[in-house]
Ligand binder design. Structure first.
Ligand code: BG6
Length: 512
């Protein structure tokens, strides 16, 4: 074989080919808060599915840490139940056996020296027997008031420090603070133990396929970007509507509310991806730098009595089911002022977006579950048609459907067939399920794998988190000083004040 031939590598198999799934190297994960809802419903099934897809190393280890007095077998049974209930792949006994073999459970509180010493010993034993190579991710699926204890204990017990040639990372669930100041304090605590490049803050919306497609759509094509600015776009609506109520989650949600729960993180991340400039390279640093610029330029528009709205759901009908109001939900404080619906008007103070309102809204117990981003265009500057010809035509729009029915829709005017000139709105619709046979990975699968691979693009940085709070804080303060949220009936599209908020600008919410 000539030397030229020897050097030849199949380009489809090069190390940098992002089409090939990457497999995590030797590693293990410790989950704090493993008995919580999120671990049971999302994390444990995602870990099993990754193993089943062959994306975890054969010797992967999973250690649970919590207060229960569980044996290894009891922990295995608990994980098995979570996997049976939540996994997306077909159960494979062999994969399960291999994964279960690498499980361990350590009993303790979050500030318990002895228990963390036992955890450190457990991790060492596993490294010696399963070839995890000293590479560990610590998943904090716990309320933020325990972050300090756990970080301190990880440091004290030596667990935070990676042996040579190995890594230690921390994965953190939201809520990350309740305002800018508390988020800053948490960042200081976490960053005093783990350098920022070892911190992976979860925003599971960034793990969604359709959210990642925003960048592909904007920057891989020539079609959209020339129109993506204030010359052509009238306003942007970002909607995250849920039909579920708060049954069972009162403890977490009361005092937090819709804006802190999802606007501070998911919706502001969507806004950043829609609005950012093209990163000079598609790598984590560049992408995050662009997001930071946008968040820094974003402000909530005042006066807040007109530019924001908030509400609480009351009893009503959700489809054919009769449902109770927030204040009657089990364990919810009947006098709570926590909002289950929030809408804001934001502006982005830069050349591309000056003067374009970004309306964000989210709510529980709304008409249906849907997350979408609609870019609504201005009217054409001149129409050669009679006003009556275009009477039934609205504004052009590009709608990115994040979920469900993932896809992208374009709305524009088209001539109605016939002998007269009449223009009416039509939709051109791309749907993932029709265009692709490939299945989208579950957000948590993608994010857990990325964290193990040290691929940080989809994780917000400390700056992003603090800037997002900075945008929200003035509104939260205004709401806290101004009494009760409005009411809206379950199954409707939120309080009337939310409609009024757009009408004052001559706009209307889309009815998805
Ligand atoms: C979570 C919120 O971050 O996102 C929940 O805490 C919300 O309140 C959930 O229900 C919605 O996630 P998804 O992926 O179902 O849209």
């Amino acid at each position: 074989m000539g030397s030229e031939e020897k050097k030849w590598r199949n380009p489809l198999r090069s190390e940098h080919d992002k089409r090939l799934p990457r497999i995590a190297g030797p590693s293990g994960m410790v989950i704090f808060g493993v008995t919580g809802d999120l671990a049971r419903k999302k994390l444990l099934p995602a870990i099993y599915d990754l193993a089943n897809r062959g994306l975890l190393p054969a010797g992967f280890a999973l250690v649970g840490y919590g207060r229960r007095e569980w044996s290894k077998e009891e922990f295995q049974n608990y994980v098995r139940e979570a996997v049976d209930a939540g996994a997306r792949t077909v159960f494979n006994e062999e994969v399960w056996e291999r994964l279960a073999e690498g499980m361990a459970f350590v009993t303790g509180n979050f500030d318990d020296d002895d228990a963390f010493d036992t955890l450190a010993e457990t991790v060492q034993e596993i490294d010696a027997t399963r070839g995890t190579g000293g590479n560990w991710a610590f998943y904090l699926s716990i309320p933020p008031n325990f972050f300090a204890d756990v970080c301190h204990q990880l440091q004290r017990s030596g667990l935070a420090e990676a042996p040579e040639e190995s890594w230690r990372r921390v994965i953190i669930e939201k809520p990350f603070g309740h305002d800018q100041e508390s988020a800053h304090r948490l960042n200081e605590i976490v960053n005093s133990v783990f350098p920022e490049n070892a911190v992976f803050r979860i925003d599971h919306y960034l793990g969604k396929e359709t959210v990642q497609n925003i960048l592909a759509m904007r920057f891989a094509n020539q079609l959209f970007d020339p129109l993506w600015n204030s010359h052509y776009i009238d306003h942007v609506q970002i909607t995250m509507a849920e039909d579920i109520g708060l049954g069972g989650r009162a403890g977490y949600y009361d005092g937090i509310g819709a804006a802190r729960d999802v606007i501070q993180n998911h919706l502001l991340q969507l806004l950043a991806l829609i609005a950012l400039e093209e990163p000079s390279a598609f790598d984590p640093q560049e992408l995050r730098a662009e997001k930071v610029k946008i968040l820094r330029a974003t402000k909530a528009v005042e006066p807040f009595d007109k530019t924001t709205a908030r509400g609480q759901y009351t009893a009503g009908w959700q489809g054919s089911e009769k449902v109770v109001g927030l204040r009657e939900e089990k364990n919810f404080d009947p006098n709570s002022n926590t909002e289950t619906y929030a809408a804001l008007t934001l502006e982005i103070k830069n050349r591309r977006w000056a003067g374009v309102p970004f309306y964000l809204r989210t709510g529980k117990r709304l008409g249906r579950r849907v997350t979408e981003i609609a870019l609504v265009f201005k009217h054409a500057p001149h129409q050669p048609f009679d006003a009556s010809d275009i009477r039934s035509m609205g504004k052009n729009a590009v709608v990115i459907r994040v979920q469900p029915d993932e896809g992208v829709l374009m709305r524009f005017g088209s001539k109605v067939p016939g002998y007269s000139m009449e223009v009416r709105d039509v939709n051109m619709d791309f749907s993932y399920s029709e265009a692709f046979t490939e299945e989208s990975p579950e957000a948590y699968e993608r994010l857990i794998l990325d964290a193990l691979l040290d691929e940080s693009s989809l994780f917000p940085t400390n700056k992003e988190v603090e800037l997002s709070w900075k945008i929200l804080d003035p509104v939260l303060k205004y709401w806290a000083d101004h009494g009760r949220p409005d009411e809206y009936k379950s199954g409707t599209w939120g309080p009337e004040s939310a409609d009024a908020m757009l009408e004052r600008n001559g706009h209307h919410w889309r009815r998805p």
